[in-house]
Design a protein around this ligand. Sequence first.
Ligand code: NAD
Length: 259
Amino acid sequence: MKVAMIGYGKMGHMIAQAAALNGHEIVCSVDPFAKDATCVTGHADEMAARVKDSGAEGAIEFSHPSPVFANISALVPTGIPLVVGTTGWHDRLEEVRASVERYGTSLLYSSNFSIGVNLFYRIVSEAARLMSAFDEYDVALFESHHNQKADSPSGTALDLAHRVMESMPRKTRLVTDCFVRKPEPDELHLSSVRVGAVPGTHTVWFDSAADTIELTHTARNREGFALGAVRALEWLVAPNGEGNRKLGVYTMKDVFNDL
Ligand SMILES: NC(=O)c1ccc[n+]([C@@H]2O[C@H](COP(=O)([O-])OP(=O)(O)OC[C@H]3O[C@@H](n4cnc5c(N)ncnc54)[C@H](O)[C@@H]3O)[C@@H](O)[C@H]2O)c1
């Protein structure tokens, strides 16, 4: 498959390597600062025109939370299947979904493409469902990442928190600031720390007077994200069960449902 990369930083380069290993060709890489990108621009419309001209059959966006929404808005009208790894735009998901439907195209997004994290999501949902029957257990989340990360809390931590709330109806409100008072019983606390070079650690605690159950996912490096993003694009461009092009907005949950 001919692939375009938007954002050619650390992840962009790793994804390009993972794509090449799977037999794909990077026909275009766009980045306003990367000297080895084939197109050096930060203008979304120019970027989308270059991606279209390159003949790319799929595009992968791993840039920065500030340009990502403009990049998505410019890429969707090209009709090229798009995988988005950059976080920080999910509050505008409904606008993006409407645009994807209007242009009859496809987009897959995830705040975490790692296969291990996607398994962890399922484990946490199931653990929260079981714990929900036992009122003596409280729950909280903690995440740590390297000090270059632009957004906080991480998109993965927010996904985990929403899964916990879905499975534990007594938790209805997410608090990501530090507490300067006692938490209310329906509040779910998620705290973040930024330090050094940590690739990403996420912990969910279930805590009672008698004991603690602690579930932790620790990323060792970023290769899992790159391989997962390539796999996601392969899934997105593959026909659906009826042999037609997949249309609409998907997440890694859909990829996993098909595994
Ligand atoms: N979803 C996931 O699984 C996952 C995993 C890792 C990282 N990420 C996210 O991916 C993004 C990139 O991570 P990274 O580690 O490669 O960061 P990075 O800083 O190494 O690279 C980001 C690149 O984006 C470029 N960029 C800035 N503005 C741009 C624009 N307008 N158009 C195109 N490119 C632009 C920068 O010049 C830089 O080279 C971050 O938002 C990060 O949080 C997601």
